[in-house]
Design a protein around this ligand. Structure first.
Ligand code: ADP
Length: 423
């Protein structure tokens, strides 16, 4: 099926989030892990390529993004999207602006928009300033991020040092007046030589107006939410047929496993909730992994009834994580856990697991790589930004969900399996 929309995401769970929001439309969405090394074939109307370039130097990020654009162009995409974090994670040397300028040059366009707003998750833009909940970005916890501390809330000031052309704003007062006014404002800014337009949005209706106004813009940039109205716009313009609706595979086995490597507060609560339901659970400990390897966990797993979806988790409270990191070093502790969960994912699949829940962004990367997954078809959403995905691994149809640390409610693991009931 011809591709109409091609997105490039700067990290893995951001790509899943975007793919899940696009899939709310019911149209087929494919997620590719990295730029495919074969030419496009059997593509979906909505294609998302997940890169891992959020904190990469400009040159590397630009070359990967351009390769992704070339693949999506070959797939037939008519509109393109550069997806970055809804908190605009970057530094003055960041790659959001440079990637946008490179994509604009390759597409031969002179203007694009920047809209990282995600109202459902409390990210709003007003007068060019980004808010996280009720706090300006620079007063939110993002001010202390270890890699990209955000000390300014003004998107125009954040973006200008990253780009060569002029930055401008379309503010909420214009956005609230509707798509025609936004289009006129874009044209006026074009006359003034403004190539990069930050666009205010505080609610979903703003995103719909903006997406409608930008239906003819070849390149859009932003967080995942601005892409949400786009499938409906393509459908309304007759560019998608209703027969293109996604179908869920019916032949997925029912045995399952949960693999959790995230140590976020929410994942700790989700692990506790699942254990409290009486589920079989095995805790991985980095120090024990260093001493004894993965074999004890593998033996435990082999003795489990996968019809009851047991849990293997390294998830631990901060003091326990700190103790493991003090003994082994942060990188080694993380690497031991990721390698163990990757190996156990293969063991679980070989043992019959066909429904696999993974918690943790880095953990998800390790598990998908181990399972040899390079393409995921996006299915029903379990929680905002966390869909079930369908893929092939080791010759089997597998349902896989990849949850970034803080996503989902406390009952997420059982919610996930319940969502597949009857399939
Ligand atoms: P999140 O999405 O919450 O950030 P990630 O999987 O991206 O989750 O990151 C969690 C990191 O912590 C991984 O590298 C994982 O291997 C590591 N980790 C998990 N459990 C432990 C533990 N008990 N001690 C130390 N590191 C751990």
């Amino acid at each position: 099926m011809a591709t109409v929309f091609g997105a490039i995401a700067d990290d893995f769970t951001g790509a899943t989030d975007l793919a899940g929001l696009l899939a709310r439309s019911g149209y087929p969405v494919s997620l590719r892990i990295g730029v495919p090394d074969t030419p496009p074939q059997d593509t979906s109307p909505f294609e998302v390529i997940a890169l891992k370039i959020r904190t990469e130097p400009v040159e590397d990020a630009v070359s990967q993004a351009r390769a992704a654009l070339a693949w999506l162009t070959a797939a037939g995409a008519q509109q393109f999207f550069w997806k970055y974090c809804s908190t605009f994670d970057s530094t003055p040397k960041g790659n959001i602006g440079p990637v946008a300028e490179a994509l604009m040059a390759d597409l031969g366009v002179t203007q694009t928009i920047y809209c990282p707003a995600f109202p459902e998750n409390g990210r709003a833009i007003f007068m060019g300033n980004l808010f996280v909940g009720q706090l300006p970005l620079s007063e939110s916890p993002m001010k202390d991020h270890p890699l990209t501390p955000m000390r300014d809330s003004n998107l125009m000031r954040l973006l200008q040092p990253q780009v060569t052309a002029q930055v401008g704003l379309i503010d909420r007062l214009t956005v609230a007046q509707g798509a025609d006014h936004i289009r006129k404002a874009c044209a006026k800014l074009a006359d003034q030589g403004v190539a990069h337009i930050v666009v205010d949005a505080v609610e979903n209706a703003d995103l719909t107006r903006i997406a409608e106004a930008c239906a003819d813009l070849r390149l859009l940039t932003g967080g995942s939410a601005i892409a949400m109205p786009i499938p409906q716009i393509f459908a309304r313009n007759g560019l998608l047929s209703s027969s293109a609706k996604a179908s869920i595979p019916r032949n997925i086995g029912t045995e399952g496993v949960v693999l959790s490597g995230s140590c976020s507060a929410m994942t700790n609560a989700q692990v506790a909730n699942y254990i409290a339901q009486g589920k079989a659970a095995y805790q991985l400990d980095p120090l024990a992994l260093q001493a004894d390897g993965v074999e004890p966990a593998r033996q435990w797993l082999a003795a489990q009834d996968l019809a009851d979806a047991p849990l293997i988790y390294a998830t631990a409270a901060p003091d326990r994580v700190r103790a493991a990191q003090a003994a082994l070093g942060q990188a080694q502790a993380g690497a031991l856990v990721e390698a163990a969960l990757a190996e156990l994912a293969i063991a679980a699949r070989n043992h019959g697991a066909r429904r696999i829940v993974v918690a943790g962004g880095e953990t998800s990367g390790a598990v998908t790589t181990a399972l040899g997954v390079d393409r995921l078809h996006i299915g029903p959403e379990i929680a905002a930004g966390v869909p079930w995905c369908f893929c092939r691994s080791g010759g089997h149809e597998i349902a896989l969900t990849l949850k970034s640390g803080n996503f989902g409610a406390e009952g997420f693991f059982s919610d996930a399996f319940a969502k597949l009931e009857g399939i």
